[in-house]
Design a protein around this ligand. Structure first.
Ligand SMILES: C[S@@+](CC[C@H](N)C(=O)[O-])C[C@H]1O[C@@H](n2cnc3c(N)ncnc32)[C@H](O)[C@@H]1O
Ligand code: SF4
Length: 409
């Protein structure tokens, strides 16, 4: 992993907002269009929004490009290639840039992967979710375990790097059931794995079932036991957690996600994409129109679909640095807050949280120290950040620290 004191680098996030089917637990900005999607028209809009966004950011060296979704593996390889080419035309792409595409096992085959590789993609992230067919059905997934395993093998044969996602802490699951599935996954894995605990997102079919008492997710001791066995098995397999849900062999972390968690600058392209841009010394949170067709019309009319560019106050920027950075095992360099023009939480708040066993001092490079969340603290990050935030910001302003999410939601 690049040293935590290094510049996190500049990333470009491209959001493809369409899926073959909507999963009942998902609240990402993803839509099903049974009548098909006019991909050429969307491509033209992506390119126009890129041109506009490059003007805002000025010259940059691109460390990472990430095609997320939705289901980007529904895109034609030539669409992906044209977007990468335009990014390379507008900015300088680092020769070692990480170029990732999220793929659903149900929507890829070997030929498709080769097309993406020829277009410039060098890493895929596969949404496997489970290695049990009955679980895949209950999650509303359209692929089978056999298809997921075939996609993993295509990925291994085609790309230098790949990762896959699993969802655990599922209804009725306990550590004894999860451990053998995770062991199988670790045998199939390369050097990166994302392991997400199922969250019940508001306004999803899972939320309705949950509210009706028809869906029970593990909590309390069971959730803790699931988390512990996850850490134990991934540590033993050489893929320790470098972030709450992400595991990698040292040096194989997702560089794109590190840009978010180390609060670097990134451009968000496409419907519902978020970006972070430094303008006149202030960090700005940008976002685009979420609805794909309205976004398309905006871009065709104005050259971009941006609906917001909000300057963050120093306190809000600090909230974000803490909320993102405390997700990482490496923690946050509190001295960096001052160097970035942000504010420092009080020593009293840090002491209080340390005594509660929620945060700890972790060693940084060459004799420096950083603030990290403990195992217990990782379960209550929002509350930790709120406590730290109250210590430097009596007036909390208009944005809550919980408002900040990943590049597209
Ligand atoms: C934005 S999704 C896109 C990936 C791809 N469309 C797929 O589903 O395979 C990225 C990942 O978020 C995770 N995810 C989505 N909703 C979740 C939820 N409610 N709880 C836990 N993980 C979730 C899944 O593991 C998924 O692979
Ligand atoms: S989980 Fe993935 S495939 Fe399912 S609806 Fe969400 S983005 Fe689409």
């Amino acid at each position: 992993m690049p040293s935590p004191t290094d510049d996190p680098g500049f990333g470009v996030y491209v959001h493809w907002p369409f899926c073959a089917q909507k999963c009942p637990y998902c609240d990402f900005n993803s839509h099903v269009r049974f009548g098909g999607v006019d991909e050429e028209r969307f491509l033209a809009a992506f390119l126009r929004e890129l041109d506009h966004t490059a003007g805002l950011f000025g010259p940059q060296k691109v460390a990472s490009i990430f095609f997320g979704g939705g289901t980007p593996s529904l895109m034609e390889a030539h669409t992906v290639g044209a977007i990468i080419d335009r990014i390379a035309h507008l900015w300088t792409v680092d020769p070692n840039a990480e170029i990732t595409l999220e793929a659903n096992p149900g929507s890829v085959e070997a030929q498709g992967f080769r097309g993406y590789r020829e277009a410039g993609v060098n890493r895929v992230s596969l949404g496997v979710q489970s290695l049990r067919d009955d679980v895949l059905r209950s999650l509303g997934r359209i692929h089978t375990v056999a298809e997921a395993k075939a996609a993993i093998e295509f990925a291994r044969a085609t790309f230098e790097r790949f990762s896959f996602d699993l969802i655990y802490a599922r209804p009725g699951q306990n550590a004894a059931a999860w451990a053998p599935e995770l062991r199988e996954a670790l045998k199939l894995a390369s050097d990166h794995l994302s392991l997400y605990q199922l969250t019940i997102e508001p306004e999803t079919p899972f939320a309705t079932l949950h509210a009706a008492g028809k869906l029970h997710v593990p909590d309390g001791d069971v959730a803790l036991a699931l988390y512990d066995v996850t850490q134990e098995l991934t540590d033993a397999a050489g893929l320790p957690a470098y972030e709450i849900s992400n595991h990698a062999a040292p040096g194989e972390e997702s560089r794109h996600n590190l840009v978010y968690w180390r609060t670097g600058e990134y451009a968000g392209i496409g419907p519902g994409a978020h970006g972070r841009l430094k303008l006149s010394g202030a960090r700005h949170a940008t976002s685009t129109e979420r609805n794909p067709e309205r976004w398309l019309e905006l871009v065709e009319r104005d050259g971009h679909g941006h609906v917001d560019s909000i300057p963050l106050t120093a306190a809000e920027a600090t909230d974000e640095t803490l909320l993102m950075g405390l997700r990482l095992t490496e923690g946050v360099d509190l001295d960096r807050l001052a160097r970035q023009g942000e504010v420092r939480p009080s020593a009293a708040a840090i002491t209080e949280l340390t005594e509660l066993g929620l945060v700890e001092i972790v060693p940084g490079p060459v004799g420096s120290w950083r603030l990290g969340a403990t195992r217990k603290g990782r379960f209550v990050l929002n509350e930790i950040v709120l406590r730290l935030s109250m210590s430097f910001k009596p007036d909390k302003g208009t944005h809550s620290p919980m408002d900040f999410r990943s590049a597209a939601d």
